[in-house]
Design a protein around this ligand. Structure first.
Ligand code: SF4
Length: 354
């Protein structure tokens, strides 16, 4: 563990240890949080953020834009706990935290560029955006309100966070952060939760708190999570998690079921694409509001797979399509292939359907 943590930082909040983990060496959740030998085999040569639109609305290292209508902002590389499967842990993530000057630079560019008129949503991601200072979120909210006053449609904000799982007190005990989030009025919070035991009473209280901050426009609360062999590769475990998340006063909608990233994910946790699809099938015969979308992350964007879509082996790869119709060769195989870097997952020159 010490050897691994010299390569990849180790951080685990006391709350997670005391409230979620059990004193049992066979508890599979330990594997997600303690450094393990298998991480050393991760070649870390993937560059998920490298493939972006040529016509980005903003040129800034923290601005990631794969779609015309949506951009993701890497607010920080900090999370209160570090998932051992994090695909960003030593790659192109920019260390430190977004500054006020970074925010001004991004919004100045947006105000000046025609491309920004296509933007519908900004995703605050990280690391964890709820781990940054309240003053930054408040400043972001001010600049967003300013640009929205000049647009025919609002650019909305979605916050992707695992902080309510790792350390909900950061939110529940910070009046300043709550005031900044109330000012920002995000349209949605996407919670990263992977197992039913991660749904603590504190997490449910945090969901209610976040929803109550903006009564004028209550945010959509959704959950998304990667699939991992032996952790949550079973529809009954996932359903139990969805039920617990939805047991409070606020409705929590399942959003993405994420096929494991080909790197970052420990080899013992990886699934094949047909295995992930089988889990989706087991979840699919439920009311539509309870069914997630199975998405395959690729450097070119997300590819959504239907429960009964035919996966055709084209000679060692499947041809998948991103949300924008960009065809992607996706290598077949349960195990990480070091060759499966971005150049080895080229965009196939097939016609793109409008
Ligand atoms: S919460 Fe997300 S960004 Fe943070 S360590 Fe986990 S996977 Fe990485």
């Amino acid at each position: 563990m010490e050897r691994v943590s010299r390569h990849y930082t180790f951080r685990l909040p006391r709350f997670y240890v005391e409230k979620i983990l059990t004193n049992d060496e066979n508890d599979p959740l330990w594997d997600l949080v303690l450094p393990g030998e298998q991480e050393i085999a991760d070649t870390a040569d993937e560059r998920w953020d490298a493939y972006q639109l040529e016509t980005r609305a903003v040129n800034h290292p923290r601005w990631i834009q794969k779609y015309r209508y949506e951009a993701l902002i890497r607010t920080t590389d900090y999370c209160s706990g570090l998932c051992r499967y994090c695909y960003l842990k030593n790659r192109e993530v920019i260390p430190g935290v977004l500054s006020h000057a970074d925010i001004d630079d991004m919004f100045d560019q947006m105000e000046a560029r025609a491309e920004s008129h296509l933007l519908r949503e900004l995703i605050l991601s990280g690391g964890d955006p709820l781990a940054v200072s309240a003053s930054l979120i408040a400043h972001f909210a001010d600049r967003l309100a300013r640009i929205n006053r000049t647009r025919s449609h609002n650019i909305t904000v979605s916050i992707h966070t695992r902080e309510p799982v790792w350390y909900p007190q950061r939110i529940s005990q910070s009046a300043a952060l709550q005031a900044a989030l109330a000012k920002l009025e995000p349209s949605s919070y996407i919670l990263h939760v992977v197992h039913p035991r991660e749904v603590t009473g504190e997490l449910l209280a945090c969901i209610e708190l976040l929803a109550d901050l903006t009564p004028r426009r209550v945010p959509l609360i959704m959950t998304q999570h990667p699939l991992f062999r032996t952790i949550n590769d079973d529809a009954s475990v996932i359903t139990q998690m969805y039920d617990r998340l939805d047991s409070g006063r606020i409705t929590v909608k399942p959003y993405y079921l994420i096929h494991p990233f080909p790197d970052g994910t420990l080899p013992k946790h990886r699934l094949t694409l047909p295995e992930s699809q089988r889990i989706l099938r087991d979840l699919a015969s439920a009311p539509g509001t309870r069914v997630p979308l199975l998405t395959v992350p690729t450097p070119m964007g997300k590819c959504v797979i239907g429960p009964y879509e035919r996966l055709v082996d084209e000679g060692g790869y499947y041809v998948l399509h991103t949300k924008d119709g960009v065809p992607v060769q996706y290598a077949i195989g349960a195990r990480y292939d070091p060759q499966e870097t971005r150049p080895a997952i080229p965009v196939v020159s097939l016609p793109i359907h409008p």
